[in-house]
Design a protein around this ligand. Sequence first.
Ligand SMILES: [Zn+2]
Length: 279
Amino acid sequence: MGSQHTIARAVHRHGIGLHTGQESKVTLHPAPPHTGRVFRRGEANLPATVAVAIPSQLSTLLTHGELTVRTPEHLLSALAGLEIDNVWIDLEGPEIPILDGSALPWVNAILEAGRINQSIPKTIRPITQPITIWEGDAFVSAIPSPEVRLTYGIEFDSAAIGTQWVSWSPSVDGYIAAIAPARTFTLAKYLEPLRAAGLIQGGSLNNAIVCDDQHWLNPPLRFELEPCRHKLLDLIGDLSLLGALPQGHIVAYKASHTLHSKFAQAVQLQCPPVVDNRQ
Ligand SMILES: [Zn+2]
């Protein structure tokens, strides 16, 4: 049976946002069972749920009332990977700091705070029927399975990336070793148009791995298949907006935050949550 977890004490991190380039500070606080993961700024509250997600190709935006949180996906992924169900997330500034472009700094913050078992059953969300969301040749698909399994495929026309597949089943140690350190990546040719569009104002070779048609411009990679592992990291963060990773085998191919989010909406409609009473 899975139990809910929170953190033992408050912990904070600060840094610049990937898209705004502005400095922000995040403080994680322990929260009681059934709180969920709730962003706070001043008096405003924003529970991290599918209902408040506005996806874009490059990142996720959560917005409700006067509170908007940009680029929460790596923090949400770290919380999901470390199975932290209940936490208050105080945000001073417009955007979650990008830090090194991976989820590892958030993992380290959570480990520094300490994990606490709250001895209350989690909810799970079993996939009860096949679901596929697609756009062109990109898709996110799920079939029922007794275990959670996530598989991701990407294909880029750079020899540095090429075709990659990574598969992962939830475990805290496995997340820390195989997923969390994977950094944001991009092709150099996309950088200038994105900057011109007012995005990635805080992007640099310190918080992303960048390649041209052939080579990485800022090697070494942290491990093989780092780009595809990062896509899985993003998918974990985006699907955690359901309150729990869907219990089924999920395969994503060439997908984006937009497709992750449409898939999460479909799961929310078709597969209701249940209390995890498995022994
Ligand atoms: Zn990402």
